[in-house]
Design a protein around this ligand. Sequence first.
Ligand code: HEC
Length: 107
Amino acid sequence: MTSRILAISALGLLLAGVLPAQKKGDAAKGKEVFDQCGVCHSATTDEKKMGPSLKGLFKKSKLANGQPVTDANVTAMINKGKGTMPAFGDVLSAEEKADILAYLKSI
Ligand code: HEC
């Protein structure tokens, strides 16, 4: 009985150590997820495709809609879409969105 409790607490400690690390976005994974955005958004040049270039997005002070460039505002854009940009709220997991944010900050 005691060993079982010990095993469960050990598992808890393990998860506690691993989970927060997963919540932080991974730019390399975000680059892969960005394939879905790349049809409409350039990440490497200032070229405007169907949507504006996202190169240096997080170095700008404002989005086209006038809101400051924050994790929350960019995530809202991804979730809801705008005009011809489709909503990705149900398409991407929370982890994929965090990965995309990390990637956008790196370009
Ligand atoms: C079918 C084309 C299309 C796809 C796919 C698309 N977008 Fe967009 N996106 C647009 C258009 C068009 C706008 C401009 C909307 C407006 O302001 O009316 C835009 C705007 C944005 C903006 C705001 C940029 C700014 O400076 O204000 C962000 C951020 C963004 N998209 C991120 C993404 C991400 C991340 C993905 C992939 C998950 C994605 N988009 C997929 C067309 C697209």
